[in-house]
Write a protein that binds this ligand. Structure first.
Ligand code: NAD
Length: 474
């Protein structure tokens, strides 16, 4: 654990084994933070808020974030190797993740001293101003799918806005975060501004989110745990942001640049073995172009290969045995219920037999109500459905419980804009699709995908609260 700029073992002596997903072998152990450790981290964060960190100026905080960004870049290859071993992802993807993480600290470093209130015209003898203040001590529950990036996304705006951050990374995929915390100390963040408490969700995570010293919670993960986090926040009347994944659709019309659409669709679901909250996991294709687009998708899908980080192919393994069993269940269920399997990718013959590899699977047509059409698989599995016309496309795009992202592919600008404005989602891409990255772009969900906005300048509003100061000057 990293608390108060120092390494600690857990007071309970408990540890969690760290497994390399590409090999299926334990290669490290991390501390499992106990509730006493959570107490220590939160009280150290509180002291920081009452002391040096709470008194820091926005410019000072911005400079520290920039310095951390530079240190992340200085250690980019080391961090990429850690991330690749810990999550199994292809090394190129890990390298890109590190660049995006550095970019979060750079972006919010630049944003820290641009966050300000405003004056409000009121009665003649009053002067009214608003000011943005940090919540205080913020808890960050991070998932395993993009550990370093998710850390940057959640923690950089919180620190920029002046909060002290206590972070619980996932059981799987936490090593890069621990290393970045050490770099933060080197960058000069004062004691208590940032703590990282590895451990299990049901113990460390639950103790952190229920802790009376926490003023705000940022959570990314499953809808089920998101519900528990929201209940913990509600019990203490504090705010939270929830980013809970999705079943994001691509809507493809026959007049689109189909080559570009097919390439982006396949990359969007295969990248990170489908373990991306914003993955485009449903493809809706205009009936008239259905056969043509499906064939192009199938051809490209068949060329995808899963392998180790060093092989650096289109995808790596999924994160652990539980996740592989979950994805395998969805695939088996689709096959048993008669959904046609149109194409599969490959697992590289040299991939270690103990690794958690899943070959990409493309199913079409998937019935509207089938679990594959409505549930988040979080694996390299793509569901394709035809639609009849624009109204039908909109109906299907808005069907289901999620609302995170959508992609619209057409050369008809008016139609693209009509759909973009009517689809219920936090982000809509037109003739493109971006899962991950896009640090500048506000991001988050509606419906079961959660609430609150991360990324972009918007995140600085989420991680601060507004005070109105009203002065009667006579
Ligand atoms: P999860 O929701 O259990 O884990 C996410 C984070 O929450 C981890 O850090 C975990 O330790 C923590 N956590 C778990 N229980 C907690 C509790 N009671 N209190 C506080 N924190 C707790 O997700 P998972 O089991 O790792 O994955 C299950 C499914 O969730 C996946 O198959 C996928 O569908 C979804 N998921 C989505 C995202 C996303 O980015 N939206 C990320 C990870 C997983």
């Amino acid at each position: 654990m990293f608390i108060g700029n120092r390494w600690f073992a857990s007071t309970s002596g408990q540890t969690v084994p760290v497994v390399a997903p590409a090999e299926g072998i334990v290669f490290a152990e991390i501390a499992e933070a106990s509730s006493e450790d959570v107490d220590l981290a939160v009280s150290t964060a509180r002291e920081a808020m009452d002391g040096t960190w709470g008194c820091s100026t926005a410019t000072q905080r911005g400079r520290l974030l920039m310095r951390l960004s530079a240190l992340i870049l200085d250690h980019a290859e080391e961090l990429a190797l850690i991330e690749a071993r810990d999550t199994g992802r292809p090394i190129s993807l890990a390298r890109n993740d590190v660049l995006v993480t550095a970019r979060y600290f750079e972006f919010y470093g630049g944003g820290a001293d641009k966050l300000h209130g405003e004056t409000i015209p009121y009665l003649a003898d009053f002067f009214v101003a608003t000011q943005r203040e940090p919540h205080g001590v913020t808890a960050h529950i991070i998932p395993w799918n993009y550990p370093a990036q998710m850390f940057g996304r959640s923690v950089a705006p919180a620190l920029a806005a002046g909060n002290a951050a206590v972070v619980k990374p996932a059981e799987d995929g936490c090593l890069s975060i621990l290393r970045i915390a050490e770099l933060a100390a080197e960058a000069g963040f004062p004691t208590g501004a940032l703590a990282v408490l590895p451990g299990r969700g049901a113990t460390t995570g639950a103790a952190l989110t229920a802790h009376p010293g926490i003023d705000f919670i940022a959570f990314t993960g499953s809808p089920e745990v998101g519900e528990l986090v929201q209940i913990a926040a509600a019990k203490r009347h504090i705010g939270c942001t929830l980013e809970l994944g999705g079943k994001s659709p691509h809507v493809v019309f026959g007049d689109a640049d189909l080559e570009a659409a097919v390439a982006a669709i396949v990359t969007g679901i295969v990248q990170n073995a489908g373990q991306t909250c914003s993955a485009g996991s449903r493809v809706l294709i205009e009936r008239a172009a259905y056969d043509r687009v499906l064939k192009a998708l199938a051809d490209r899908f068949a060329q995808t290969r899963a392998g180790t980080p060093e092989m650096d192919l289109e995808l790596g393994p999924v994160i652990n045995a539980k996740q592989r069993a979950r994805v395998d269940r969805y695939i088996a269920n689709a096959r048993e219920s008669g959904v046609p399997l149109v194409a599969t990718g490959q697992i590289h013959p040299g991939a270690p037999p103990g690794g958690y590899f899943v070959a990409p699977h493309l199913f079409a047509p998937v019935p509207e109500q089938h679990p594959l059409a409505v549930e988040e698989v979080f694996g390299p599995v793509l569901a394709v459905l035809p639609f009849e016309d624009e109204a039908d496309a909109l109906r299907l795009a808005n069907a289901g419980e999620f609302g995170l992202l959508a992609g619209v592919w057409t050369r008809d600008g008016a139609r693209a804009m009509r759909l973009a404005r009517s689809i219920r989602a936090g982000q809509v891409y037109i003739n493109g699709f971006g899962a991950g990255g896009g640090v500048e772009l506000p991001f988050g969900g509606v419906k079961r995908s959660g609430h609150g906005r991360e990324k972009g300048f918007e995140a600085l509003y989420e991680f601060s609260t507004l005070k109105t100061i009203i002065q009667k000057h006579g």
